[in-house]
Write a protein that binds this ligand. Structure first.
Ligand SMILES: C[S@@+](CC[C@H](N)C(=O)[O-])C[C@H]1O[C@@H](n2cnc3c(N)ncnc32)[C@H](O)[C@@H]1O
Length: 243
């Protein structure tokens, strides 16, 4: 049975998904309502692929997929998102749908790690952003559910995204290269790293030139000084100049 909640989710996904996107990632697939909808409505290109991550895929997941006739487009990774998100290629996905754990600490981790594997200019949608109205959810996840975690992400990554849609779900478009935003992997911003590299190379070249000059100077003056001719020659020159 397709619930009204699922229809709404499909409508929101439809609004968020890039038409030409080929590489999708879904965190939290459960019984794959969202996966099947994406396969049937967005991932229609023969080369389109979706990677699905879930700690426990429901038994109907496989069955529903077979019914779409697109099972070959799906890569299912069974395990926690924090593990797989660290292994996926950086700046790779056209669209990421985050609907896994709804614990605040997990949502913020999914957001940060998903941001790294998202391509610039592409989209990430968080489901259940405004999951605030249920006492059940409030009891489980804290007063504001995923919203607190996502708002924290929005604050920390300000300037790197554009909010495309904000409602029950929230969709962000990545607006800067992760490298430009200082994500060089070493904690040193990429721009600073390049400048330091250039300065290092210049210092090295100048030191090498200095060493060559000093060695050349020593080679030229050493034999003359050793014979004493150098001193005589210098005295001659001084005498000539004083006349
Ligand atoms: C709300 S359901 C996903 C619904 C699905 N998107 C759909 O439309 O049918 C959340 C799913 O996230 C999975 N999940 C929870 N914590 C997870 C984690 N740390 N890593 C990966 N999946 C997780 C659960 O097993 C569950 O299947």
């Amino acid at each position: 049975m397709v619930l009204e909640r699922d229809r709404q989710q499909a409508r929101d996904l439809g609004r968020a998904c890039p038409a030409g996107g080929r590489r999708f990632l879904e965190i939290g697939s459960y019984r794959d309502v969202s996966t099947c909808w994406l396969l049937e409505n967005v991932l229609t290109h023969p080369e389109a692929r979706i990677t699905c991550i879930d700690v426990s895929f429901q038994p109907v997941f496989e069955l529903n997929l077979q019914q779409t006739g697109c099972a070959a487009k799906v890569e299912a990774l069974s395990g926690p998102s924090y593990k797989f998100l660290r292994e996926l290629p950086l700046s790779h996905y056209d669209f990421i749908y985050v609907d896994g754990s709804h614990m605040k600490r997990d949502v913020i981790e999914d957001a940060v790690l998903a941001w790294r594997v998202l391509k610039r200019g592409d989209l990430v949608t968080f489901d259940d952003y405004q999951m605030t109205d249920s006492a059940f959810i409030a009891g489980l996840y804290g007063e504001k559910g995923p919203e607190v975690a996502i708002d924290c992400f929005l604050s920390c990554y300000a300037g790197e995204y554009r909010v495309v849609h904000k409602g029950y779900q929230i969709t962000l478009e990545s607006s800067r290269r992760h490298e430009e935003a200082g994500d060089s992997g070493s904690g040193i911003p990429m721009g600073l790293k390049k400048t330091l590299w250039r300065i290092g190379k210049a210092v090295l070249a100048a030191s090498a030139a200095l060493v060559v000059l000093v060695v050349a100077g020593l080679l030229v003056s050493a034999p003359v000084a050793a014979t004493g001719d150098g001193r005589r020659w210098r005295l001659e020159a001084l005498r000539r100049r004083s006349r």
